[in-house]
Design a protein around this ligand. Structure first.
Ligand code: PMP
Length: 361
């Protein structure tokens, strides 16, 4: 049995061992086809079944109504930063953006390349240490949509309530918290998420769009930039990232087997409570970097008294098989990315390490 680390990588990130074992088992001969799914045609019945099942599982696990389309796309969430405004901001129009972190800001920047973007709120001046209160989000009445980033991966903040936008479509980048907690996903006109944190490997991006929003999409864009192309072809217009979709299907089955998002959320709440508990138990040593009310359940960020201690923390942890917690290069510090495949046991080990490290240093 391979020695597995406790993996806090921010994405690509830990995958469930159970899923990796299935992949290993099925790799050389996928369900009696005599080849791996990697070598199968994307038009073959084997892959079409994988694709259909993955789409149905997204519907089921997120609890989406029948009026939602599930799309699997390439190009990462960063491509969605451009495609959303290209498809949904009409000529001369504006979309509103909530600026709560580096990725939220990038999304807005991309919108400004193709159209106009209104800043509905920004916590940039506060070093992105919080998400807004809902009353702080302000935008003109006629915007094409309001865009938020539900979880700010780098900064470690997360929305725990969502704006009531009435007739204005709500669009969310959920790259780092999709399928990690129970939400009313039907509130959103569009959701997108790179798979490489909670859903699978890098290479596929999940996009969910409600039909009434899709109907407003512009025409005249190149086919691969047009959401409708993916909808009309079940995301098989061109060659999809077959292996990534296949692993995503297995991860979705793994989520379902546990009891869906209710069960997943329960574990994730226990994980974040334990980890933030350890930080708050030593407030002069481990310092959370964001406002408590905005704390992320997916990316837990903290600082130690000095950078030298942070380096030692990372080095000592690595000796115990805890890896991937160096904060993003733009902010430094420590970041534990505790996505679905990181277990409660992993967090127990980590908290134990934190207590010992504090005593010894
Ligand atoms: N949005 C968020 C919230 C992210 O965390 C990331 C990646 N870490 C991105 C967008 C960019 O995703 P990708 O690398 O798939 O383009």
């Amino acid at each position: 049995m391979a020695k597995r680390v406790v993996n806090f990588n921010p994405g690509p990130a830990a995958l469930p061992l159970e899923v990796l074992k299935i992949v290993q088992e099925e790799l050389l001969d996928y369900q009696g086809s005599g080849m791996s799914i990697l070598e199968s045609s994307h038009r073959a019945k084997e892959f079409e079944a994988v694709n259909d099942q993955a789409m149905a599982l997204v519907h089921e696990i997120l609890g989406l109504g029948a009026d939602y389309q599930v799309l699997f796309m390439g190009g990462g969430a960063s491509t969605q930063f451009a495609l959303a405004p290209m498809n949904f901001i009409p000529a001369g129009g504006t979309a509103a953006y909530v600026d709560t972190g580096e990725f939220a800001f990038k999304a807005m920047k991309e919108a400004q390349i193709v159209a106009k973007a209104h800043i509905a709120f920004s916590s940039k001046a506060e070093k992105y240490a919080r998400v807004p209160k809902m009353s702080e989000i302000k935008y003109p009445e006629d915007v094409a949509y309001l865009h938020i980033c539900s979880n700010n991966t780098i900064e470690g903040t997360q929305f725990h309530e969502f704006p009531e936008t009435g007739k204005i479509p709500l669009v969310a980048d959920m790259s780092s918290d999709i399928a990690s907690r129970q939400l009313n996903f039907n509130k959103f006109a569009m959701i997108y998420a790179g798979a490489q944190k909670n859903l699978g490997p890098a290479g596929v991006t999940l996009v969910v769009i409600r039909n009434d929003f899709l109907a407003k999409a512009k025409t005249g864009l190149p086919s691969m930039f047009t959401y409708k192309t993916y909808v009309d072809n079940k995301s098989l217009y061109n060659t999809p990232p077959v292996f990534a979709v296949y692993i995503m299907k297995l991860v979705l089955e793994w989520i379902k087997k546990q009891g869906g998002l209710a069960a997943v959320e329960k574990v994730n709440v226990a994980k974040k409570d334990l980890l933030y508990g350890a930080i708050d138990a030593a407030p002069d040593y481990y310092k959370g970097t964001v406002e408590k009310a905005s704390r992320s359940w997916s990316n837990v960020t903290m600082r130690l008294p000095t950078e030298a201690l942070e380096d030692k923390f990372i080095a000592d942890a690595k000796k115990e098989g805890l890896i991937g917690m160096k904060g993003h290069r733009s902010v430094g510090g420590i970041r534990f990315s505790i996505y679905n495949a990181v277990s409660l046991d992993d967090i127990k080990k980590t908290v134990d390490f934190m207590e010992r490290f504090h005593k010894a240093n």
